[in-house]
Design a protein around this ligand. Sequence first.
Ligand code: PLP
Length: 273
Amino acid sequence: MKIWLNGGLHDLDSARVSVFDHGLTVGDGVFETVKAVAGRPFALTRHLDRLARSARGLGLPEPDLDEVRRACAAVLDANPMELGRMRVTYTGGLSPLGSDRGDQGPTLVVALGEAKRRPDSTAVITVPWTRNERGALTGLKTTSYAENVVALARATEQGATEALFPNTVGQLCEGTGSNVFVVLDGEIHTPPVSSGCLAGITRALAVEWTGARETDLPLDVLDRAEEVFLTSTLRDVQAVHRVDDRELPGAPGPVTAKAMRVFEERAADDLDP
Ligand code: PLP
């Protein structure tokens, strides 16, 4: 496995980052997970735009997106695989403790692993914790993912693969690594970005391609929605067949099944050559 670290390709075993790296000491890094099909990244420009937006939000030095693009191409070339998940991580570099070590520049890592095709449907839980729709980090894709780790562990304990958060005013927000959609009276709705959710790239494409509406939704919409589905880079559009104790038999229902089909067809056009 070859990974990109700060200007060049390295063997995974020999790539080293300082123990004083900010991403490790205080967690102020940003990242993207990009799907790659037969070596072609999906929606890379959108991912790089969001990486830069997140970096700006954290006050990190502006990433050189041409370099990130070159790094992605080099890693994809060096590690051929049919379905990959490419992780781009960008941190502020050395913390003050490490400042006597010279290089203060940011750290850029691009790594690639095999991705698995997800089942058509999955189970989710809701959690009692909240997403903050007005926090300093709201909408940024930062490496500070510990809250998501805790929520996902609870989901796993309950036989689910995702945990859905309300925001601080009790509205449906998002999952630990996905956005959520519900079908009401045959229409597709998803929480707006003002709910505090990440502006998911799959979410944006699904809204564009299915005509889903962005609507403030109470958390208990999950008790009555006809269908529920998730979107994310690695799930694409994935139906939900159970929310907490509520079964949604027959998932994917007809509206979700159509969204899955539309997404699969349109997504093929969004692969970078
Ligand atoms: N929400 C959160 C918190 C995420 O971490 C992610 C992706 O990792 C998403 C939503 C989905 O975003 P995307 O479709 O860009 O993968």
